[in-house]
Write a protein that binds this ligand. Sequence first.
Ligand code: SAM
Length: 159
Amino acid sequence: MAIAALATRASRGLVVGVDHSQVMIRQARRRNRLAIRAGRVRLVHTPVESLSISDGPFNAALAVNTVGMWPDPTARLREFARLLRPGGRIALVSQPRCPGATAATSAAAAHELAGQLTEAGFERLRTEMLNLDPPAACVIGHVAPADNAELADHPTARS
Ligand SMILES: C[S@@+](CC[C@H](N)C(=O)[O-])C[C@H]1O[C@@H](n2cnc3c(N)ncnc32)[C@H](O)[C@@H]1O
C-alpha cells in the first residue's frame, strides 16, 4: 500500500520495494501491477541485508514496521546512508503492535529509532506522531549534503 501511495505521488523516477517474503512480494506485485508495467515500480525479493551499493543510489527510503526485524538494524541503516544520495532522506515508521501498547510505547520506539539513526550517521532528525491507537511514530533523518551543496546553501561558509 505504501508503494502504491509513493508511486502515485512520484511524478518521475522509480519506486523500489524490498522484502524477503515471497508472499509480501506477490501481494505487492498484484496491488502495483499497473505501475510495474509502466516501469514506475520495481519489487525486489531479497533480505534488506543483501542490498548493495549497486542497487542505489536512492533519493529517499521508507521502512514501515520493519526495522525491528532487521538483523543488526544500526549496521543496516549505515548501509542505507551509503545507498542514499547526499542530502537524501530516510523515514522509519513504527506503530507498536504488542498487547497493551500506549503512547508511551510509541514514544519509546521513536526514541530507539532516533538513536539508531544517529548512530548510523543520519542528521537533522525529526519525529512525527500519527494520532492512532497506539500512535504511529515516524522518525525522519537526512544524509549529509554534498560539500558543494552545503556551500551553495551557506555561501559565507566558503571563507
Ligand atoms: C510487520 S511486517 C510490515 C509490513 C508492512 N511494511 C506494513 O506495515 O504492513 C514486516 C515486514 O518486514 C519484512 N522483513 C523482515 N525482516 C526483513 C529483512 N531482513 N529483509 C527484508 N524484509 C524483511 C517481513 O517479510 C514483513 O513483510
